[in-house]
Design a binder for this molecule. Structure first.
Ligand code: NAI
Ligand code: MG
Length: 355
């Protein structure tokens, strides 16, 4: 199978870590029957400064017409608004209808408190439809601001179904030999339907319906109210396998969960739509360490594996996960964010060797 992959390094350390994603794909054993073709694409602040567009049309067109998936590094956003500039990854999610944001959070197995979970966040609606208004109250309250929280059956159904698929796939990856603390697939639906009975109520009941499909028979389904979810996430993170949430709760839970594993340099993500996935490390362009060759490449390598999962190449993904886990468990060649002294290149070479 030939897979065409767009490479969008972006700014800062994005340029130092995305090449590692390419190298690990090229290093996959030929017995998997995979071939890759890469297309270099541009986006980000430097691109904006050069061309006037943070996300050139060509990048979107090539991804749409010619690629199976992509890797996106990070982009720098100016701290004060710059006219004409807006985040290219947000625009890409819209233009390619990447309706899910998937964020695995995992420690090494020999951690004092091992964690291995995935947060699946709905990415198109909820309060993020950005329909807000401000008006003067007539009852003396001064100004009042309101925002629409929109939840649809369609979006809730497809995100819950995706969570179910991910739970099943994680089971396959465990069976392919990547160790995990979990035995069976479990999906936790997160909401606040005790208060928001219509919006979150619809999310909850629709997610239940999607996960009741026969193909998810082996998946255990439970629910957790979002505030107690946060409590449990910190007290008992090992209890979770796949968490599915509407946009806002998912945003908060996924950043909170990332804090549990120690470094941003470890946490991958994927932006996923129908038949397309962009792997993206969770970190930014890290101007404080750029150019020193010490960025941790693991978030990118895991994002590369995650992209492969969504292209139905679980076996290839499992090989990358296993090689990364072996590097971390041994703990000899670690980058400075993890307390080591290894350079990006040393870490990449160690993981390639294990692959
Ligand atoms: P950041 O994620 O770039 O850095 C935060 C801290 O984590 C820094 O100390 C950095 O050195 C460290 N760090 C991040 N990734 C690392 C890695 N792979 N290895 C080792 N250490 C790592 O977040 P910050 O500093 O808030 O933002 C910097 C720039 O990145 C800003 O312009 C911001 O807008 C942008 N950004 C972009 C994102 C994206 O493209 N998705 C996400 C977050 C921030
Ligand atoms: Mg966030």
């Amino acid at each position: 199978r030939l897979l065409k992959i767009g490479l969008i390094p972006g700014d800062g350390i994005g340029r130092e870590v995305i090449p590692a994603g390419r190298r690990i794909l090229e290093a996959l054993p030929s017995s998997l029957g995979l071939k890759f073709e890469f297309v270099d694409l541009h986006a980000g602040f430097q691109t904006f400064e050069k061309t006037g567009a943070a996300l050139p049309d060509k990048t979107v067109d090539v991804l749409k017409s010619d690629c199976h998936g992509a890797l996106f590094g990070a982009v720098s956003s100016p701290s004060t608004a710059v006219k004409g500039y807006s985040s290219p990854i947000v625009a890409l999610r819209k233009k390619l209808d990447l309706y899910a944001n998937v964020r695995p959070v995992k420690t090494v197995m020999n951690a004092a408190k091992p964690i291995d979970m995935v947060i699946v966040r709905e990415n198109t609606e909820d309060l993020y439809v950005k329909e807000e208004k401000t008006y003067d109250a007539t009852d003396g309250s001064g100004k009042v601001a309101e925002a629409i929280k929109r939840i649809s059956q369609k979006a809730s159904y497809r995100i819950a179904a995706m969570a179910g698929e991910i739970a099943l796939r994680r089971q396959k990856i465990r069976q392919a030999g990547v160790p995990s603390i979990h035995k069976g697939p479990l999906v936790t639906i997160t909401h606040k339907s005790n208060v928001l009975s219509q919006t979150d109520g619809l999310f909850r009941s629709t997610a239940r319906e999607a996960l009741a499909l026969a193909k998810f028979n082996s998946v255990e389904v439970e629910e957790q109210i979002v505030d107690s979810m946060v409590y449990k996430l910190f007290r008992q993170p090992e209890a979770y396998d796949v968490i599915v949430a509407p946009n806002l709760y998912g945003d908060i839970l996924s950043d909170g969960a990332a804090a549990l594993v120690g470094s941003l340099g470890l946490v991958p993500s994927a932006n996923v739509g129908e038949g397309f996935a962009i792997g993206e490390p969770c970190h930014g362009s890290a101007p404080d360490i750029m150019g020193q060759g010490i960025a941790n490449p693991i978030a990118t390598l895991r994002s590369t594996a995650l992209m492969l999962e969504f292209l139905n190449e679980e076996e290839a993904a499992a090989k990358i996960y296993a090689a990364v886990d072996a590097n971390l468990s041994e703990g000899k060649l670690l980058s400075p964010d993890l307390g080591g002294t290894a350079k990006t290149e040393d870490v990449v070479q160690d993981i390639l060797r294990r692959l």
